[in-house]
Ligand binder design. Sequence first.
Ligand SMILES: [Zn+2]
Length: 258
Amino acid sequence: MDLAREHELSTSSANPQAQIRLLDLAAFDADLDRLAHRRRTLPEIAAADVIAGRVAGLNDLIVAAETELSDLTRAQSKAEADVEQVRLRSAKDRELLDSGRVGSAKELANLTHEVESLGRRQGDLEELELEAMERAEEADRHRATLAAERSGLVVELETVVAARDAGLAEIAAAAHATQNQRDQLAAELPADLLAIYTKSREQHGGVGAARLHRGRCEGCQLELTRADIERIRSAAADEVLRCEECRRILVRTEESGL
Ligand SMILES: [Zn+2]
C-alpha cells in the first residue's frame, strides 16, 4: 500500500457506533484465534500420536517375534523328524535281533552295537528336540506378551482418539457458530472501516482494534499522554483513530476517560 492510500485510510471516518461494534468484531476474532489455538494444541492429539507410535513399535517387535517363532517351530519339527527316523531304524534293528534270523556272531555283534549307538543318538536328538520345543514355547510366550501389550494400547488409543475427535468436533462447532456471528457483524460494518481493521489485524498479530479505556490503549496497554488525550478529545466523533504506539484502531467508549 502506498503512502497516499495509507494517509487516506488513517484519516477515514466511520460512525462511532460502528467503531464500537468493531470491538465486538475483535472479540469474535479473538475467540476464533483462541479456538484455533485450542485445536492445534489439543492434548489428545499429541497423546494419540505417542500411543500410535508405541503401537507401531510393537507391530515391528511382533513381526520379529513371529519370525523367530516360525524359525523355532521349523527347527522343532526338524528335530522331531530326526528322532522319529532314528527311532524307526532302531526298532527295525531290534526286530531283526529279536527275530533270530541273524546267525553270524559278527553280524549279531555289529547289529547290537548299532542298536546301542542308535539309542545314544536318539537320546541326543530327543534332548535337542526338547530344547527346540522349550525355545519355541518361550518365543510364543514372548509373542503373546507383546500381542497383549498391543491389544491394551489399541484400546487406549481408541479411547484417546475418540476424546480427540470429540474435542475437535466441539471446537469446530464453536468456531462455526462464532464465525457465523462474526461474518454477520462484519457484513453490517462499513467496508472501509472493515478494510482498515483487517489490515491492522494482519499487521498486529491478529488484533485490529482496541478500546481506549481510562486513557489507556487496551491493545498495547500504553497509557496515552496528555497531548494524545487532548488531540483525541478534539477529534471528530466519527474519525477513525489509531493508537500512536501500536497503530491499532483506537475505539472511544463512554469509559475512555476523555
Ligand atoms: Zn496501542
